[in-house]
Design a binder for this molecule. Structure first.
Ligand code: M6R
Length: 613
């Protein structure tokens, strides 16, 4: 979604802002702009399209002198992508410039109000309403800080704002609610950004703004205020990862780099939680008495994190014998869920900022449920709002299509399910010990499926299949959850229409779509269901489908007698098998996307973290 960066210091601001915006490109955007305060006042330059268009317009930044400024990448919500709808937006008074992430829900009412007061609008955006409100209150009070305060108390919805005032060269105000914003401390310079990579080149010392916080700063001073207007000290935190973690490091795409980072990400997520053959999830207190009293565990998330939740349902029910249900966060929120203190609600999110997941979490808390979050981004809104949090240690994930975050979320689900099973006594000591061993071994197993043999096979199959227009992913039991994720990967980066169906459900409708040449990816790694799934493969073959079957190595030959093509993966503990099955599907989608000439890391219309409903 949108990205914000702000700078006050002694360097030229425009190149710093452009550099920061470049690091935020991964979030997804369709236009960009910067505003710098210089001798001419507030000068804004904006451009629809890729950042390179803006860069060209600004000659890399040199065409826009000035040492203080704000920049933005916009993902259109109110009004189409265009130069005029791009941020920064100037107030009708010409005195205020604003960049904004989030959505102002009472925008229409505020626009009406400002029109009545004589304001004019040039764009269709909710952000211009904010600029005009601040402009109006600034005219009234002559006080920049007060004007911002008067405005934010009137805003409904979510916002992270970076604001300049023509009368106060050198000063930037940053304020937020329900949209992330970090403050960066430099030597004689200060930064603000929606995400760490935007400023990591310049500083590793940051403070995370809380909802309602405001930072008023110039190159040398910063004052933080909380939501009541009280001055507060913010804790300075050190970013522990290096810029290289957010760079491609020799790989053609972030997605490929992140696919290859999975063994390490799994090791980082699993190892610290295994001690003396025991799983220990620090900070997670779920007593046997509490677990026994649960009516149901809900798992709530969006996109790939939802598919992890689908897998978690199988894993938790099988091992802990507690009913579990996966729900999409966007549905959970408005379905009047039967949730109270007898429910544990688990939220899964890479970014920790997904608007629907955050709103669902608040809903669950309001209804009295205990909440637990599985999150990758430390200190994110979901991590802070949940009663308990388990971090996935995947490191920064830049590609829009998730890979290593998905794998580490799944690893946390294994750990959590095992810890609960142990507490409840629903699993024998032998079974527990076997799984702990399997978890220790998992990063090495994943590494094997990333060997040249698999890469070449996936690349070859992708070149064979990239001409298809439609695909079905079919599988049973936990394979069906992995099919959903595999199918989403193909859709989002290769723009190929694809649907995932439990294999047994196919004949209840969708099989009517199977015709000559239709691609069917059949996942068959659940040994006891192999024959059943292969029977479904026969059904689609009989109707002309081109079938790619992914199965266990020892079953590959048998599968090859029915399917057109096969990939055999090593058999590991059945519960952990999804962690291996997903790898060829990620690689397959990646290579299909490449073969189709798609922009793998920045797929059209998508954003890395979806901070609007
Ligand atoms: O940051 P989150 O995990 O909450 O994001 C949820 C989805 O938006 C995300 O998984 C999305 O589906 C990815 N693009 C999938 O690759």
């Amino acid at each position: 979604m949108c990205g914000i960066v702000g700078y006050a210091g002694s360097r030229q601001a425009a190149p710093v802002l452009l550099n920061g915006l470049e690091k935020l490109e991964y979030r997804g955007y369709d236009s960009a702009g910067v505003c710098v305060h210089n001798a001419e006042g507030l000068v804004a330059v904006k451009a629809k399209g890729r950042l390179s268009v803006l860069k060209d317009r600004l000659e890399g930044g040199s065409a826009l002198p000035g040492c203080v400024g704000i920049g933005h990448t916009r993902w259109a919500t109110h009004g189409a992508p265009s130069d005029v709808n791009s941020h920064p937006h100037l107030s009708y008074t010409g005195k205020i410039a604003v960049v904004h992430n989030g959505i102002i829900e009472n925008e229409a009412r505020l626009r009406e109000k400002m029109l009545r007061k004589g304001a004019t609008f040039v764009s269709e955006t909710d952000t211009e309403v904010v600029a005009n409100l601040i402009g109006y209150y600034y005219e009234k009070t002559g006080d920049f800080v007060r004007a911002v305060r008067e405005t934010v108390t009137r805003l409904e919805g979510s916002f992270a704002l970076g604001i300049l005032c023509a009368d106060l060269p050198g000063t930037i105000i940053a304020v937020k609610k329900d949209s992330p914003l970090i403050f960066g401390f430099g030597d004689g310079e200060h930064f603000v950004a929606s995400d760490v990579p935007a400023i990591l080149k310049y500083t590793q010392t940051v403070a995370y703004l809380e909802d309602g916080d405001m930072a008023v700063f110039d190159a040398n001073h910063v004052t933080f205020y909380d939501s009541t207007g009280e001055e507060v000290e913010k804790v300075r935190e050190k970013i522990t990862w290096e810029m290289s973690a957010a760079e491609r490091g020799g790989y053609d795409h972030f997605m490929l780099k992140e696919i290859f980072e999975q063994p390490k990400a799994l090791r980082d997520t699993i190892s610290p939680r295994l001690r003396d053959g025991k799983i220990t999830l620090d900070g997670v207190e779920l007593s046997a008495e509490y677990l026994r009293g649960l009516r149901k565990i809900y798992l709530v998330a969006c996109g790939s994190a939802y598919y992890v939740s689908v897998l978690a349902k199988y894993i938790i029910e099988k091992n802990c014998r507690i009913p579990a249900e996966a729900m999409m966060a966007s549905e959970f929120r408005y379905c009047d869920p039967v949730v109270d203190e007898k429910n544990l609600v688990i939220f899964v999110s890479q970014s920790g900022e997904t608007a629907d997941t955050l709103a669902a979490l608040r809903e669950a808390k309001t209804r009295g449920a205990h909440t637990l979050a599985i999150v990758n981004v430390v200190g994110s809104a979901i991590a802070k709002a949940a009663d308990q949090v388990i971090y996935t240690w995947a490191g920064p994930e830049i590609a829009v299509a998730t890979t290593k975050a998905f794998s580490t979320q799944l690893a946390v689900v294994y750990l959590l399910a095992m810890q609960m099973a142990k507490t409840l006594g629903t699993m024998s000591d032998e079974q527990y010990a076997t799984i702990v061993e399997g978890l220790e071994q998992l990063p090495y197993d994943v590494d094997q499926v990333l060997s040249p043999k698999y890469l070449e096979r996936c690349q070859y199959l992708a070149s064979r299949c990239c001409g298809h227009h439609d695909a079905f992913y079919i599988g049973r039991n936990i394979d069906s959850g992995i099919c959903m994720e595999g199918s989403l990967k193909l859709k989002e980066i290769a723009y190929l229409h694809s649907e995932a169906y439990p294999a047994g459900e196919l004949k209840h409708g969708p099989i009517s779509l199977i015709e000559d040449g239709m691609l069917v990816v059949a996942l068959s790694t659940v040994r006891e269901l192999f024959d059943k799934t292969m029977a479904n493969v026969k059904e689609v073959k009989a109707r002309g489908a081109d079938v790619l079957c992914i199965t266990l190595e020892d079953l590959e030959e048998q599968a090859g007698k029915i399917a057109d093509n096969t990939i055999g993966i090593p058999a590991i503990h059945p519960m952990l098998q999804p962690s291996l099955s997903i790898i060829p599907l990620q690689l397959f989608s990646y290579y299909v996307a490449l073969a189709r000439g798609c922009d793998v890391d920045k797929p059209r219309n998508l954003a890395k973290s979806v901070t609007v409903e």
